[in-house]
Design a binder for this molecule. Structure first.
Ligand SMILES: [Zn+2]
Length: 156
């Protein structure tokens, strides 16, 4: 930590000091709101995914940050224990690009900004050199039914 300078008191202001003060101060870059800590949210780190979750009415809102190179079947599968991701992901892809593959071979690609509704039963990974930021809504164990999503990807 840098030492704090003692406050200067009763120092006569020289002309030079007055001139210096008129020069606008350079402010530090504001933090990126898509990546900065979310006020009031609980932070978790699971399978290299940074997740911040908070309550909103009966729902939860989550901001997920998936790192470059993330792949569900490599990074998350060992922690989850299912063959495919069985969560429904409904929300807003705010940054980056994702590739989703369902068990039957169907492929979906999403690129920010985009609204997403990914059905249970998929693998997925981050495309390109930018972390993915996904803002999701869920109802914990009731997510699929309350969002009106199918319980698995299929064709009628
Ligand atoms: Zn399909």
């Amino acid at each position: 930590m840098a030492k704090k300078k003692a406050p200067r008191r009763n120092v006569k202001t020289s002309t030079a000091a007055v001139k210096r003060r008129k020069v606008p101060r350079r402010r530090p870059e504001p933090p990126d709101p898509l990546l900065a800590p979310v006020k009031g949210a609980e932070r978790r780190d699971i399978g290299h995914v940074r997740l911040e979750v908070g309550r909103a009415g009966a729902a939860r809102v989550k901001r997920m940050v998936y790192p470059v190179g993330f792949r569900w079947s490599v990074d998350m599968k060992p922690a989850v224990g299912t063959d495919l991701c069985m969560h429904a992901h409904v929300g807003f892809l705010a940054r980056g690009e994702i590739h989703v593959e369902y068990a039957d071979g169907c492929v979906v690609e999403h690129r920010a900004p985009q609204i997403v509704a990914i059905e249970p039963g998929h693998d997925g990974w981050v495309v390109g050199n930018e972390p993915v930021v996904l803002i999701e809504f869920d109802f914990e164990s009731d997510t699929v039914s309350r969002l009106g999503m199918p319980d698995a990807h299929r064709h009628r």
